[in-house]
Ligand binder design. Structure first.
Ligand SMILES: NC(=O)C1=CN([C@@H]2O[C@H](COP(=O)(O)OP(=O)(O)OC[C@H]3O[C@@H](n4cnc5c(N)ncnc54)[C@H](O)[C@@H]3O)[C@@H](O)[C@H]2O)C=CC1
Ligand SMILES: CCCCCC(=O)/C=C/[C@H]1[C@H](O)CC(=O)[C@@H]1CCCCCCC(=O)O
Length: 267
């Protein structure tokens, strides 16, 4: 039996899609002939990315929608607009996220990464569920390798990513997911060459605690850095292979892509 989900004509909503990994995901989806809404807080970059992608993949296949994922009103409006413009939603990639560990910005890290992603997850479950007019589909939440492994330089960021992994795990076993045939998986990349990564590599002290740039540099050298295209290949594999459900996909330059199960044995 063919277990491939064909992406032709499928509708995807990608948060944080104006730049970095999210922009790479949007482009990979468009190459596979899906339709994409990129939702992002950054209007200037969002509009520029929309224009660039429209030129390459067709005006009718791409839209940008301004959205701060910490705002319930803005986030809900993006789901509504995407459904109205493209006739439904099949794929949600909860990708938007930030780093920040200082006294001034750590709570914002929690608000965006944890509360924002939970909001996206709840909205995705609603819009994909058959009882609310959806048609099932696939949700991919972007966490990080730091959500799995202890990392002394970014405990807040790591906690938010661990939270995203656990939230995904809870929804995977939900009746709602089973009833509507909604697949949920979590992507855990190590370093990826994006604006966020470049700020970290350049010594942005607001992203880590301790300010030990030597440790950060050594860590980056040991782990290696993926391109956004490499992570996008991993995303497309999750989306197209319908047997992929309830999984963590670790992606790292030196160790490659490794799948493991999200669910644990019942006690
Ligand atoms: N770059 C890396 O090495 C890694 C990044 N990640 C995660 O991947 C995701 C994407 O990261 P990058 O592309 O590296 O970051 P980036 O900073 O390059 O891009 C993030 C995008 O999200 C948008 N964004 C930020 N806050 C937002 C908000 N409140 N509402 C809507 N959009 C918002 C930004 O405007 C930007 O376009 C994040 O969740 C990040 O934590 C995970 C592992 C590795
Ligand atoms: C294997 C870990 C990969 C981490 C990839 C990632 O999500 C990077 C995120 C950084 C973000 O810019 C804000 C941070 O605080 C993140 C992690 C910083 C990692 C430094 C690790 C140094 C060490 O543990 O020695």
């Amino acid at each position: 039996m063919d277990r491939r989900m064909h992406l032709v004509g499928k509708v995807a909503l990608v948060t944080g899609g104006a730049s970095g990994m999210g922009c790479g995901f949007a482009e990979a989806l468009l190459k596979a002939a899906a339709k994409v809404c990129i939702a992002d807080i950054n209007v200037e970059t969002g509009v520029a990315t929309e224009s660039d992608l429209r030129q390459q993949y067709g005006h009718e296949n791409v839209m940008f929608s301004k959205c701060n994922i910490t705002s319930a009103t803005e986030f809900e409006a993006v789901f509504k607009r995407t459904k109205e413009a493209f006739g439904g939603i099949d794929i949600v990639v909860n990708n938007a996220g930030i780093g920040g560990e200082t006294d001034e910005n750590w709570e914002q890290t929690v608000d965006v990464n944890m509360k924002g992603t939970l909001r996206g997850l709840r909205l995705a479950m609603y819009y994909l569920s058959v009882e609310h007019g959806g048609r099932g589909g696939c949700i991919v939440n972007v966490a990080s390798m730091t959500g799995l492994n202890p990392n002394p330089l970014s405990p807040v960021y790591g906690c938010t990513k661990a939270g995203i992994i656990h939230a995904t795990r809870c929804y995977v076993v939900s009746e709602a997911a089973k009833k509507s045939n909604i697949r949920l998986n979590v992507l855990c990349p190590a370093f990826v060459d994006t604006p966020m990564f470049r700020r970290l590599a350049a010594g942005d002290a607001t992203q880590t605690i301790g300010g030990d740039q030597t440790a950060v540099t050594a860590f980056i050298e040991r782990i290696g850095v993926l391109s956004t295209e490499e992570v996008s290949v991993a995303l497309i594999d999750i989306l197209t292979d319908e047997t992929r459900n309830g999984l963590i996909l670790r992606c790292a330059k030196k160790t490659g892509n490794v799948y493991s199960t999200l669910t644990v044995q019942d006690v």
